[in-house]
Design a protein around this ligand. Structure first.
Ligand code: CP
Ligand code: NVA
Length: 312
């Protein structure tokens, strides 16, 4: 069977745990010579990753490209607007053709149904590089960032503040797979996807870990090990004044961080909007792990690729 990675559940808890172990090892193996050479084993020698972007990207684009190169392979990066896809060729036909050339396909798009359609027709592994629904690759990097700070995932407490978006849906999914709690501080009307919440709650039954929505931001942050937020306006969404006003009380600032544990770690997938969803003194402060988190996209993408290609 072909190993697609459209959501974390495609790999399951064991698969994602294997990715994290591989990412820890590969990151450690590069310490001291982080640039200027491939990973010694070059496990994807001769392989090609095709990447399609229907939305902007800095980290996902560069970290996947660097990852496949350091694994000994190469990549082809395409903006949808310059492909026939951008003038009406179907996703299914694009998948059928790219699958004849490339060893794996990564796609960033809007409608999650498009990545599912790509996977149904590609004949090679398809990786979700972000959809309106979820962002699983980001969360592999986030889990790596948390683990390398010595936090045990099972039983840990995460607080999400702000918009109930694609990144949150994948965090909620991870909570179910790894047995941690997520307290979601978000205004009414901006909750995460019900299906992700229901699936996580079903997996967490009896573990003591919970996924709860709190309208009070300080209650959401209470005793958190991890505090995480993201933009209030995701790609493809309007800058609605009404939404920004609803989000304002959920800004991650010093007062909010004071409600979390004293050694809480702050995460943000980036790009950030300083003094909107996060105060400058938090993202630029001592509890912030955002640059390690961004670096970890590189190490995490390698493990995603290796899992998809049956090497993990
Ligand atoms: N965090 C993230 O996915 O960043 P990019 O949009 O720059 O890829
Ligand atoms: N929620 C954001 C994440 C960007 C990496 C978006 O979808 O735009």
């Amino acid at each position: 069977t072909i190993r697609h990675f459209l959501n974390l559940s495609d790999a399951g808890g064991d698969g994602v745990a294997a990715m994290l172990a591989d990412a820890v090892d590969r990151k450690a193996a590069r310490a001291g010579w982080p640039k200027g050479r491939a990973d010694a084993d070059r496990p994807l020698d001769g392989h090609v990753l095709a990447m399609i972007f229907e939305k902007n990207s800095t980290r996902t684009r560069v970290s996947f490209d660097m990852a496949v190169r350091q694994l000994g392979g190469t990549s082809i990066v395409m903006d949808a607007g310059s492909m026939q896809l951008g003038r009406g060729e179907t996703v299914a036909d694009t998948a059928r053709v790219l699958g004849r050339y490339a060893d794996a396909i990564m796609i960033r798009t809007d409608d999650h149904a498009k990545v599912e359609e790509m996977a149904a027709h590609a004949g090679v592994p398809v990786i979700n590089g972000l959809t309106d629904l979820s962002h699983p690759c980001q969360i592999v990097a986030d889990l790596l960032t948390v683990v390398e700070r010595g936090v045990q995932l099972p039983g840990s407490k995460w607080a999400w503040l702000g918009d109930g978006n694609n990144v949150l849906n994948s965090i909620v999914e991870a909570a179910g797979l790894f047995g941690f709690s997520v307290a979601i501080g978000c205004p009414e009307g901006y909750d995460p996807d019900d299906r992700f919440v229901a699936a996580a709650r079903a997996r967490l039954a009896g573990t003591g870990a919970t996924v709860v929505v709190e309208r009070d931001p300080l209650r959401a942050a209470a005793a958190a090990d991890i505090v995480v937020t993201d933009t209030w306006v995701s790609m493809g969404q309007a800058h609605a004044a009404e939404k920004l006003a609803a989000m304002a009380p959920y800004q991650v600032n010093a007062g909010l961080m004071a409600a979390a544990k004293g050694n809480a770690t702050f995460l943000h997938c980036l790009p950030a909007h300083r003094d909107e969803e996060v105060a400058s003194d938090v993202i630029d402060g001592p509890r912030s792990a955002v640059w390690d988190e961004a670096e970890n996209r590189l190490h995490a993408q390698k493990s995603v690729l290796l899992w998809c290609l049956g090497r993990l």
